[in-house]
Design a protein around this ligand. Structure first.
Ligand code: NI
Ligand code: MN
Length: 225
């Protein structure tokens, strides 16, 4: 069993009942954050790239929870390497086995915010499920390769401007063919203001048959439910 809680923007908490994995914990200064940074409990934090709306409260949460921080090697080194936080460095294409399962860094087409680093997405194996967290990315044909990974849950940005919009996110979902899709990275700021309605509509035409779960900040899904 795997429980996935949406905490706002690109921040999700994955919980298999034993281990907790947090993604891109931008909570302070996030108008849609479901919790304060001081309320989150986690064992691991994974940061997809160095932009402020993804690094967020990583350092504070990592120190308070003694959580390990994973991501592209240049990012974990430059942002967290000197702070005493235990890091899990990786690079695109590589998988690291960890007590909860594993994490694989996969390509994202996006700026990294840290010199020398590449932005990435993650495939987490946790609770015997596979979760694709896309991070910030454009639609890319590489996503077809994810179909072979047997993705159960895909967490896809739909906000446009900085990432895929609803149309491209639905095309991505069709390439990936996950068990369920959850939209993220929309509505947080005026520039990416929108609901998930257009995405749901696009899914019906571009990716018919793939279920969508729209989670409000603070809402969870259990997979399978
Ligand atoms: Ni970004
Ligand atoms: Mn972003």
């Amino acid at each position: 069993m795997l429980k996935i809680t949406f905490l706002g923007h690109a921040c999700f908490l994955l919980d298999d009942g034993t281990y907790r994995v947090l993604t891109d914990p931008f909570l302070s200064g996030n108008p849609l954050a479901a919790v304060n940074s001081g309320e989150v409990e986690t064992d691991y934090i994974f940061v997809s790239h160095g932009h402020g709306d993804h690094v967020g409260d990583t350092e504070e949460i990592a120190v308070r929870c003694s959580a390990e921080v994973g991501g592209p090697v240049e990012l974990t080194g430059s942002l967290f390497g000197k702070s005493g936080i235990k890091t899990i460095p990786g690079n695109i294409g590589g998988r690291t086995y960890l007590p909860f399962g594993s994490v694989k860094l996969v390509p994202a087409i996006h700026g990294s915010g840290v010199p020398g680093a590449l932005a990435c997405g993650f495939i987490f194996e946790i609770g015997e499920k596979r979760v694709y967290f896309a991070g910030d990315t454009a639609l890319t044909k590489d996503m077809e390769l994810l179909r072979d990974e047997g993705i159960d849950v895909a967490l896809l940005p739909i906000g446009d401007v900085y990432t895929m919009g609803p149309e491209d996110a639905a095309r991505a979902a069709w390439m990936i063919r996950p068990g369920v899709v959850v939209p993220m990275h929309y509505g947080t700021f005026p520039i990416i203001e929108q609901t998930a309605d257009r995405f749901v509509e696009c899914m019906q035409t571009a990716a018919a048959g793939i279920p969508v779960r729209v989670l409000a900040p603070g809402e969870s899904l259990e997979y399978p439910d």
